[in-house]
Write a protein that binds this ligand. Sequence first.
Ligand code: WT7
Length: 625
Amino acid sequence: MYYYPYVNRYLEFYKYSIENLENFWAFQASIIPWFKSWDKVLESNHPFYRWFVGGYLNASYVCLDHHVENNKKDKVAYYWENEVGEKEIISYYELYTRVNSFSKFLKDLGVQKGDVVLIYMPLIVDAIVAMLSVVRLGATHNVVFSGFSKNSIVDRIEDSNAKFIITATHTYRRGKKVDLLSTIKEIDSQSVQKVVVLDREGNFVEDGKFVKWPENLEFAYTEPVPVESTHPLFVLYTSGTTGKPKGIVHSTGGYLVYVACTLRWAFNVGDDSIWWCTADIGWITGHSYVVYAPLALGLTSFIYEGAPDYPDPSKWWSLIEKHRITEFFTSPTAIRMFMKYDLEFIRKHDLNSLRMLGSVGEPINPEVWEWYYKNIGKSKCPIIDTWWQTETGGFMIAPFMGIIPLRPGFASLPLPGILADVVDENGNSLPPNTKGYLVIKAPWPGMMMGILNDDEKYKQTYWSKFDGMYYPGDYAIRGEEGYFQLLGRADEVIKIAGHRLGTTEIESAILENDFVAEAAVVGVPDEVRGETVAAFVTLKQGINKDESLKQLIISKVREIVGPVVVFSSIFFVDKLPKTRSGKIMRRLLKSIIIGKELGDVTTLEEEASVEEIKKAYEEVKQSIS
Ligand code: WT7
């Protein structure tokens, strides 16, 4: 271990934060402007925690008006480009005017505090304008990733009771136009009163509910509606282990304080930063670190609508060179993809502007870490591996400003105010180097307020496994110096290219094929995407195990869940391994695929099914090789 004088300083700061939790966060909360200060820092009604209770603010004011009033009028908020060569440079003042005018338009349509507005848009400045305009009125947004399909949107509209949709005609991906509006048009929902459509090509025709996002709106100042700190800023759906995605609800005050603090703590960003977080706004990373944290801090960001390696693998690196990006934040999947290409694509670009590199969404393997460090960071940029979740709002474990010693594959130490531990099945702390469950033992301002319309599920999913501790569903190990290494999900959540999907969601979509009797899916390791899906399917009586059915299954899943689901293989089997109580043993299926010992099979109903699946799997493996 090297000698780093800062480590002790950090540990002191950390210790102070934990021992004075409420005071610590009260002090940090001034990172954003409040209309009215809070009466109480934290109100605990376990497991419901409310931060800065009695405080009032408005997220759009925090992100825009505040900077316009404080000499940042002309500072660039976003540089934007896309793969068809369109560009925008937008200052804080321009963003402010666009948001004000669009807010006025939404207000006239009837959007008000308490409403949920669904946003289905690509990564363009207007999408950010839409988000901020919604929250300016005190309404709550529900952004749905543009890679999700119709059924996912319908489920979300129903669950969140969204009254309005804001969408765009299309997006671009690898030289193709991807239609978004036709997806929205297929939806027949009573609760939706109006759909606002951004017309990107000038051929959209208004029709009934479908109204056009007006071009060249005249500036109209729209008062930001002061909301309580605990007012829901947004709801964002994420997959769990059972059934439909859960609507994770985030607060306004605690969330904004938390994302602003954590972005500064993790990446040491400042006024001269040109920050590039490659996430889409449809995910929490986009919400927190493309929109709210950079804007709350008054930073300049770059955003890009398009694929990383289109038209060729030098695209991203040329953008870093061109925009003089200082901090770059992406996923291990993206890095693994670039590792497969010729290094020339990188070497021909000057990446000297980079100071920090980040990683998020899945464990980053040490080889990938080293490659990223050497080839992108030229061995001079700390790699900030950030562990967190949709539910946590912002980074939880990450090497503070890169000043503590870095270790490939380790997300390192918890950020200030975060009390993390690794425990065994009974909730007891584990000694170093022992695999266990990651838990968080104290509340933090960025934590979700709950699951929309489902307090029971909130309690049961996150707070029932261990008494009094937040359970994220991840395995972890603590190294010698207390360093955390994240080891992936402990439940049946599958992470494809960092995108979170539940087994039940995919299985239900497979079952929509009327020739399918039963289905079980498991995540299998994939060199680039981290994981992909292997499906085990039994067919209804009289149906032949025809290869062409596999294509139908894939199409159905893409239609229902979306193109985010990637299959490695589909196996037709006669039986699925089940416990005596009838639960499918996905663990066994996974072991077969990754060639692991099967472990305890005593609860298995019929051992023959395992033999059969193994055989089917072997046959498929042989036919491939
Ligand atoms: C799950 C949360 C966090 C924003 C993007 C994903 C996994 C996330 C890391 C990391 C290892 C990670 C965990 C977590 N994960 N970051 N740095 N190292 N695993 O958010 O879709 O809510 O997924 O992603 O398994 O529970 P999400």
